[in-house]
Design a protein around this ligand. Structure first.
Ligand code: SF4
Ligand code: SF4
Length: 405
């Protein structure tokens, strides 16, 4: 991958950087962060304010997507933070959450805790002890999270020699949005895919990696490479997980065997919108949709990191939705993994801007990352706007299988 040294300081990245947009400060821009990283690389000691600006980068990759020199600013800032944990320490909350989600038992515990938080009495009691950022986020939880997490049984089991399409379930996605995983499975099978949902799959490891636990990320990556070794394609519906799976190779720099396997897995990973837009779905019945006018929030790790934008629009329009574009639909909503827990002030500003950008005429928001769904739904609720935020797949499922108006 290229380095920050190739930056020509043109400033083309500045307008797309959310923290620069918010503050107007050069030091909070991609170019400012590059200058700082270069100075540190030359041996200069960074100031407290400089470290704060590196810490406040969202790793949203908006700068990388527009940079003519392909400077990997987000990646390099993230590398720096992981390498200098003595200078910048991740929030304890973020670390705890990533450890929790890394094991199947922890994930079940997380799922149980999230469900309990929806019981009115417990919610009131628990909310007193929770930090404001978590209380705010819990406003975005979908109502009635189902008891069991995804237990998807494919319509047909692959026979020996057949290569199925593997479905990656994710951790937060499965604990909070299990119906979205079930809808994804149903739509994949509608296209004729022979589905496989390996039980041995794990969290992708992104949360642990970004909060400094590289060893945990590697363990999870290996588990996923084993789990999906038979799959012809691995379909992912969470933007953050998809981007991380596609970059597994960088976890195994000095390990030729696992590096090759990581490259092989990455070549088989497809975002669900990429997959569905390339495969025919069954004809639609001529029935009116419950909600027909929606807008799209492009998740950073789908639009910037994976370059997937148009398939969301094509799929929704093909399913009968009118898509009204929101301004800067690919500007980060402030969720950014666990950023809304570790940097609540900036996350709050970005959430409020995102909510203000949701066009008045729409009745729903389509997006593709569990963090964005929670964050935007919470923001809309706080703003008193009665709009549903759901995964693109959920909107599609409603058009193809739902009860309609
Ligand atoms: S990071 Fe890229 S876009 Fe930004 S100033 Fe450097 S070369 Fe220009
Ligand atoms: S990754 Fe995002 S927040 Fe960080 S410098 Fe780039 S555009 Fe700004």
């Amino acid at each position: 991958m290229l380095d920050t040294a190739v930056c020509v300081h043109c400033g083309l990245c500045l307008p797309s950087c959310p923290t620069y947009q918010e503050t107007g400060m050069e030091s909070a821009s991609p170019r400012g962060r590059v200058v700082l990283l270069e100075a540190i690389a030359r041996g200069e000691k960074p100031s407290k304010e400089g470290l704060r600006q590196l810490d406040e980068c969202l790793d949203c990759r908006a700068c990388e997507a527009v940079c003519p020199a392909h400077v990997p600013v987000g990646h390099r800032v993230d590398d720096f933070r992981r390498a200098h944990r003595n200078w910048i320490s991740p929030s304890k909350g973020a670390k705890r959450v990533s450890r929790w989600l890394a094991s199947p038992m922890g994930l079940r515990g997380f799922h149980w805790a999230v469900r309990q938080s929806q019981r009115p009495v417990l919610a009131r009691l628990a909310s007193r002890g929770l930090p404001l950022s978590l209380r705010r986020l819990s406003q975005g939880l979908p109502p009635n999270i189902p008891g069991p997490m995804s237990r998807i049984t494919p319509r047909r089991q692959p026979s020996p020699g057949e290569s199925p399409v593997g479905l990656f379930l994710g951790c937060v996605m499965d604990a909070v949005y299990a119906p979205t995983n079930a809808h994804t499975a149903e739509l994949l099978e509608d296209t004729g895919a022979l589905l496989s949902v390996p039980r041995s799959q794990r969290c992708c490891g992104a949360l642990g990696f970004h909060s400094g636990d590289e060893a945990q990320a590697k363990r999870l990556a290996i588990a996923n490479m084993e789990a999906f070794s038979e799959a012809e394609t691995v379909v992912v519906n969470a933007a953050g997980c998809g981007a991380f799976l596609k970059e597994y190779e960088s976890l195994f720099e000095g390990d030729l065997t696992w590096r090759a396997r990581a490259r092989d897995l990455a070549s088989r990973v497809q975002d669900v919108h990429e997959y569905l837009s390339g495969h025919p779905l069954p004809p639609l019945e001529a029935r009116p949709l419950k909600t027909s006018v929606v807008t799209i929030h492009d998740a950073c790790h789908l639009a910037h990191a994976q370059g997937v934008r148009q398939p969301l629009r094509d799929l929704l329009q093909r399913a009968g939705y009118q898509v009204v574009e929101m301004m800067e639909s690919d500007r980060c909503c402030g969720s950014a993994g666990t950023y809304n827990l570790s940097h609540p002030a900036m996350a709050e500003r970005l959430k409020q801007r995102k909510v203000a950008d949701v066009p008045a005429e729409v009745r729903g928001v389509a997006t593709s990352n569990p963090g964005c769904m929670l964050q935007i739904q919470a923001g809309l609720k706080e703003a008193g706007r009665d709009l549903r935020v759901a995964h693109t797949v959920d909107w599609l499922w409603e058009a193809y299988h739902g009860s309609h108006a």
